[in-house]
Design a protein around this ligand. Structure first.
Ligand SMILES: Nc1ncnc2c1ncn2[C@@H]1O[C@H](COP(=O)(O)OP(=O)(O)O)[C@@H](O)[C@H]1O
Ligand SMILES: CC(=O)N[C@@H](CCC(=O)OP(=O)(O)O)C(=O)O
Length: 287
């Protein structure tokens, strides 16, 4: 009896959160490390399907850095990162296109359908929704075909959301002349969240959030203001791959997205817990 009452209370609490987020867009960024974890990925996709089925509007933007590294190794190409971004020559671009826009984008969409959801892959091979240009960099830091997003085709994404399909978008963009570019997946997710005026942007990573000591999960910081996040970058507490993520969060907050979260996607239901509880499980960055 007590157990049944507990379950009913949980359901009633969940209904409140569902009402609050129904009809609102959440952009979910899937990082490369999670795409390698079959079990974690299945649970994340089930959470996304749940969100869609209760009327929330999830949109997936994905990277795939690890899969790209493996594919490059097979082609005998050494990965080369400059300030967290991959130097992308023509041969690298071909591999990135194949892995991100071809394989991973199709795999994620098919996996969602297999799990009972409805999803649509939005890539160069179907409908491209991310447009951009070569990322401007200083002359001595040329990154080749690395781009940034300057325009998002909102109507296609919103059209899918309103017909109860989850848009799945790889982190690549096309120039107005048709040139393809490789885009850092955190910044691609940020551009999509801004363009859609998303209620939330969730970065699912392989760490439990921003930590005071990057190697100690217990030092997680649950809530950070923009000013505190900037200070932690300046102090070197936030480093490496966490910098572009937090910088993307800060830029997103300045442009209308209400809340940004960094969450460990390998914890079961971390996505739902972050959305449906007041304390959450990851790091929330607020304006
Ligand atoms: N303060 C910090 N808190 C948490 N992680 C940090 C911090 N500083 C650096 N990092 C590093 O950032 C990494 C996450 O970024 P990244 O590997 O790019 O993730 P993803 O593949 O999900 O985009 C962590 O694995 C961690 O090694
Ligand atoms: C320009 C640039 O660095 N692009 C990234 C795109 C994929 C990505 O960002 O994937 P993760 O989210 O797994 O890191 C790359 O080539 O690895």
């Amino acid at each position: 009896m007590q157990e049944a009452i507990g379950k009913a209370n949980t359901l009633i609490e969940a209904m409140g959160w569902i009402r609050r987020f129904r009809g609102k867009t959440t952009v979910i960024k899937l990082g490369g490390s999670l795409l390698d974890d079959e079990h974690a990925l299945m649970h994340i996709l089930l959470d996304v399907i749940f969100m869609e089925s209760v009327g929330m509007k999830p949109v997936i933007v994905h990277g795939g850095g690890k899969a790209i590294n493996r594919a490059l190794a097979k082609s005998g190409i050494e990965p080369n990162f400059i300030r967290g971004r991959r130097y992308t020559d023509q041969a690298t671009l071909d591999v990135v296109s194949r892995v991100l826009a071809g394989e991973l984008n199709v795999f994620l969409t098919e996996e969602m359908e297999r799990l009972g959801g409805r999803a649509m892959n939005l890539s160069f091979d179907t409908t491209n929704v991310l447009f951009g240009e070569k990322l401007p960099t200083p002359d001595d830091e040329d990154l080749g075909f690395v781009g940034h997003v300057t325009r998002v085709d909102r109507s296609v994404i919103e059209g899918l959301s309103y017909t109860d399909q989850v848009p799945v978008i790889p982190s690549m963009c096309a120039g107005e002349d048709g040139q393809r570019y490789n885009v850092n997946a955190d910044t691609a997710a940020m551009a999509v969240a801004q363009a859609l005026g998303a209620e939330k942007l969730v970065f699912l990573s392989d760490v439990n959030g921003v930590r005071m000591d990057k190697d100690d999960p217990k030092t997680i910081i649950h809530s950070l203001s923009a000013a505190e996040a900037r200070q932690l970058i300046a102090d070197g507490v936030i480093a490496g791959g966490m910098i572009p993520k937090v910088e993307a969060c800060l830029e997103t907050l300045g442009r209308g997205v209400r809340k940004v979260h960094i969450v460990d996607g390998s914890i079961r239901h971390s996505l739902l817990l972050e959305i449906f509880t007041t304390s959450g499980v990851g790091t929330e960055i607020n304006q």
